[in-house]
Design a binder for this molecule. Structure first.
Ligand code: HEM
Length: 126
């Protein structure tokens, strides 16, 4: 039985490039999020998020080859992520997803996951 991954169905790496690239354009301008990123250059963070999402949705496993187990809660522990940070992250991502020319069904699937994931990474309530 042939099973097409979400990754292939939306057009593979090109689509993930577009979404994550657009997301980081917004992060660069966001006064809540930008100060959280430890590096001057957002490029490496962009690559990591893109690799992670590609892997999650059934694409190549480059993320785990390079970074090991995702352990996203642990990796976000250095950053205080409360409702303000979560909302800012989702606001930037919403723009990227809305502009990505996905089918309604793919957009809903992706967005549902991202909202759930952003909520699950909250680690501060002040
Ligand atoms: C890394 C912030 C949500 C996936 C990071 C970093 C920051 C950050 C500051 C460090 C940048 C770097 O050097 O890579 C946030 C905030 C969020 C959020 C404020 C709001 C809820 C998410 C979500 C996902 C995600 C929902 C996945 C769906 C990642 C990944 C990395 C990362 C894969 C790189 C981990 C690594 O391999 O080191 N995030 N993030 N983040 N984030 Fe988030």
């Amino acid at each position: 039985e042939e099973v097409t991954s979400f990754y292939d169905a939306v057009g593979g790496e090109e689509k993930f490039h577009r979404i994550v690239g657009r997301f980081y354009e917004e992060v660069a301008k966001d006064e809540v999020l930008r100060p959280l990123y430890p590096e001057e250059d957002l490029g490496p963070a962009e690559v990591r998020l893109r690799m992670f999402l590609m892997q999650y949705w059934g694409g190549p496993h480059t993320y785990s080859d390079q970074r090991g187990h995702p352990r996203l809660r642990m990796r976000h522990a250095p950053f205080a992520i409360g409702p303000i940070e979560r909302d800012a992250w989702l606001r930037c991502m919403r723009i990227a997803v809305d502009e990505a020319e996905l089918s309604d069904d793919h957009r809903r699937q992706l967005w549902g996951y991202l909202e759930m994931a952003a909520n699950s990474l909250m680690n501060s309530w002040t």
